[in-house]
Design a binder for this molecule. Sequence first.
Ligand code: C5P
Length: 313
Amino acid sequence: MTRRPDGALLPKGLPDTAIIETAPAKINLALHVTGQRADGYHLLDSLVTFARDGDRLTMARSPTDQFSVSGRFSALIPTEAQAGPAGNLVLKARDLLRQALTERGVATPPVAIHLEKNLPIASGIGGGSADAAAALRGLSRLWDHAMPEADLQALGLRLGADVPMCLRSTPLRATGIGEDMSLLDTLPAFALVLGNPLKGVSTPEIFRRLSSKSNPPIGDLPEIADRTQWLDTLSNLRNDLEPPARALCTEIAVLASMMEHAGARLVRMSGSGATCFGLFDDMDAARHAAAGLLKQRPDWYFHATETMGGAYS
Ligand code: C5P
């Protein structure tokens, strides 16, 4: 790593002009599965927020296309863009954006992309989708072409149902398969602990095991609410993917109960799991809890962080 004049850390070999994009962890505060489309994708009603930290992408012009990876979970990252779930979503995003821009007559010279993989893989906090979204944002800047937002969103959706929300990376309510979004401007920031037993969970497998595909939607939300009222609201909501995920990955129940004992005000699973989050009163409480949890299970992942608040929170 080298440090550039503005203090940002750069992977070795990337120039000071490199573009840095955070890929914030996505957290489903609630996730109701309300139906299924003819193509098999499930209809959702989800309250989504984002952590202030996550993975980190650095992108710069380069003589040839390059990709490198570092970070705690880098060993599990595929380095090819091949089709199918095994392909690297960052490289797929690069190739898809390049194709779309080339069709518009925009030059897309070679790029070096470095991914710092800090988030556990296949863990329900959108790591791969957040990385793809960060690549779309960063490469749009590097190639100096801002596509209309709707076009970029459509491109993101081709990479995964969660990519459009990760492009926004701000508190929102997502419906459809995740692509219809309305911003939750009054959602407050939450101090939380993310926990994961470091067992990957397959999203299609969890959706397949869902016993009921048409559950009640989230319903009306308070227009203006303080943190306590939001906690009340959230405590009446659910993640419908939690029961099938708990059946498949028994560690989730253990993890959730550890977080409850650590003093979390509310514990839920995010996405299709296995990551659970616990909401705490403040960052001191979250950090203290994360340290205690890590002592109990040093082989698991625990991370204290804060979520972003909505624009008017
Ligand atoms: O879109 P993404 O590739 O992230 O989704 C992975 C898989 O999860 C899909 O192939 C589908 O089986 C399932 N899925 C779903 N309904 C959604 C999102 C994902 O059934 N809304």
